[in-house]
Design a protein around this ligand. Sequence first.
Ligand code: NAP
Length: 310
Amino acid sequence: MTDRKISLALVGIGTIARSQHIPLLAASADFDLAAAASRHAGVEGVANFPDLEALLAADGAIDAVSFCTPPQGRFALARAALEAGRHVMLEKPPGMSVAEVAALARLAEARGLTLFASWHSREAAGVEPAREWLADRKVRAVRIVWKEDVRIWHPGQQWIWQPGGLGVFDPGINALSILTRIVPGSLAVETATLLVPSNRQTPIAASLRLALDGAPIVTAEFDFRQTGPQSWDMEIETDAGLLALADGGARLAIAGEAVAVGDNREYAGLYRRFAALIRAGASDVDLAPLQLVADAFLLAERQATEAFDD
Ligand code: NAP
């Protein structure tokens, strides 16, 4: 495995598989995209199967499986891949619940396989420089504004509105994945207000207050109803000035000065990390962002809002 490319199968050929995974894998030095499983779609030039079961039964040469299906149902699929001896990478969020992903982590460890619960926003170009700069700063306040137009980014994706689909936390968890990576200290949700359309199961907007090391200094506003300019911004006030991440972490400014962080190559970073984990015989399963979302759902005040149709 050290020298040859890792033979990989992609499962769930939808928006993110097409826009990021397939083009990235086509140029990958680490992976050979050899197969795909999807009920209604396929990938040109590889072996295509209608489902994972058929793929696993047919192709014994696949080393790893990367899942781009919605979170609902991902647990059973990932478990089947691990039980068949394959390394597994999960799109974010890694599952529908904290416990099911923890169970996958235990299974991977017991089988000596890699499980990578990926958080693509953590690979945004400004995130690691922000983490390094914040490491020895005192954080005084954090303001997160993550507002996007669901009709543009998730047209017709019914799963997002169904139980386990997270609603506005589907993008919101990206902000929380950055926050939990860059801010030193312990985060906990203190209050949450969820706006849930009367015809849907998951929130279209959410307001959160979190405590950092016990101090209630973090606010997050998530909204799927944003039209016009989109906002994926995070401002962190510190004892040494303001750190601002914009465009989902792609741009960084410190004390008002833009910091050169290079190109934004989130999925290249993810697959580099997956290959390194496989070659090192290790796993990476950080459940902190999913735990915060679960806690927000646990303690939230829910308010009904007008029906949403797309
Ligand atoms: P999507 O466009 O709905 O694609 C998911 C694909 O999975 C579908 O096309 C479908 O293909 C397959 N699938 C299997 N079981 C399904 C089910 N029960 N319901 C619906 N589809 C099912 O979703 P996506 O936007 O690619 O998102 C997939 C995952 O990637 C999510 O966890 C999401 O949070 C994450 N992600 C999305 C984006 C983005 O911008 N869209 C960005 C980063 C991460 P078949 O019908 O052919 O089986």
